[in-house]
Design a binder for this molecule. Structure first.
Ligand code: HEM
Length: 371
């Protein structure tokens, strides 16, 4: 039957009460769903679910509140320079930064841990984060650490380890019972733990090998995908040190780096390790020795700056900020990192007005690292 057009001058027929209730219900349901979605994402509905809020709140609980600082890798210093691409990595990735040439880099050296004023110790895990800024705007951000393998493969295991490894106030060391319980719950972490323990600890930031640890997929110009892990290897000779050696000064390792950069730029070779079918994505499992490596180019850092006025302070080294040509893999850690770093970034950016000066100040840099 053809539809009879409604007379626009005739008033609309009144809705039946049930229809009115239904419409009102629908109008109310939309904001309710939105609130529920936010509450779920924030973890308010599921207080035992592991969220970025919970991980970051736990860092704060364990390390104390330090407004304005990163909630992990809190003690750090900025560095700038460039990446000179060799062009060799073009075969595995179409990312513009791998084309032969020079790309500016903004980096940050730091110690793992959420205490921005802790004394430098050789055994503390060191990090180097890099932000590659090619003219195309297709940035690459990576955060690397000086251990050969990550101890865990999931954010849940990371969280459990965070809780278990906290020093007991009575002894200053992790509670062995808690560590044993962690090892029993996550038995596969034992092998990674042994590799980390057996590593050679170098004398400072400049002679550290920094490893990306997570597995990513590199895509080349013809669409071929390759699993890749990367490291930066120091051009400076590596000098092994006793990890338990007493620290020379509260900022001893940062001072040494400032003094080194004042003498000459520090450099690392960016080396890609190419995985093969069957190699695990999980960062707590090593790949077989002898995998093909590609020397992608050299990172040169010729200036260091305090975080107080430095170009790395407002950077979130989110490992999922990737150019076309690099993609995440099934490794569960990068997306958890991304969420936690965003939470930490949001908190610290909101606290800029109350942040005290960082441990490494502009005066330390100006004085050549002799604080
Ligand atoms: C689930 C595992 C992890 C969690 C929850 C986590 C958490 C965090 C958080 C909250 C920050 C502070 C971010 C900011 O405020 O900008 C941070 C910094 C950092 N993390 Fe992780 N992290 C994890 C795994 C890793 C792994 C596997 C690596 C290296 C391979 C890594 C390397 C770094 C580095 C280098 C920084 C300092 C970046 C900078 O200097 O700004 N993290 N992490």
């Amino acid at each position: 039957m053809p539809e009879i057009p409604r007379d626009p001058h005739r008033p609309k027929p009144a809705l039946r009460p049930t229809a009115t209730m239904l419409r009102l219900g629908l109008v109310g349901a939309v904001p309710l769903c939105l609130v529920a979605a936010f509450a779920y994402t924030g973890g308010w509905l599921t207080p035992h679910r592991l969220t970025q809020h919970r991980i970051v709140a736990t860092f704060e609980q364990l390390n104390g509140k330090h407004p304005g600082f990163r909630r992990n890798h809190a003690k750090g210093m900025c560095a700038t320079g460039w990446f000179e691409s060799s062009g060799n990595a073009v075969a595995v990735s179409k990312a513009g930064l791998f084309a032969p040439g020079r790309v500016p880099v903004v980096g940050r050296f730091a110690f793992a841990g959420g205490m921005p004023f802790m004394a430098d110790k050789p055994a503390t895990v060191r990090s180097l984060a890099l932000r590659f800024l090619p003219a195309s705007g297709e940035e690459w951000r990576t955060g690397m650490i000086n251990i050969p393998i990550f101890p865990v493969d999931t954010p849940e295991a990371f969280y459990a380890q965070l809780l278990a490894s906290q020093p007991d106030p009575a002894t200053g060391k992790p509670d062995p019972a808690k560590m044993q319980a962690f090892a029993a719950a996550y038995p596969h972490t034992t092998a990674a733990g042994a590799m980390i323990k057996a590593r050679t600890v170098s004398s400072g930031f400049a002679d550290s090998v920094y490893n990306g640890l997570d597995t990513f997929r590199f895509i080349n110009g013809t669409g071929v995908a390759t699993p890749v892990r990367w490291s930066v290897l120091p051009v400076q000779p590596v000098v092994a040190t006793d990890p338990a050696a007493p620290p020379p000064a509260a900022n001893g390792l940062f001072d040494a780096l400032i003094a080194q950069v004042a003498q000459h730029p520090v450099q690392w070779r960016l080396v890609l390790t190419l995985g093969q079918a069957g190699d695990p994505d999980a960062p707590d499992l090593p790949w077989p020795a002898g995998r093909q490596q590609v020397d992608a180019g050299t990172v040169t850092l010729d200036r260091v700056q305090s975080e107080d006025a430095g170009p790395c302070t407002d950077v979130n080294y989110d490992p999922t900020v990737l150019p076309a040509g690099i993609e995440t893999s099934t490794d569960a850690i990068p997306s958890a990192r991304s969420a936690a770093y965003a939470r930490s970034f949001r908190l610290r950016e909101g606290e800029r007005d109350v942040k005290p000066p960082s441990a490494v100040t502009s005066q330390d840099i100006a004085s050549g690292g002799k604080s």
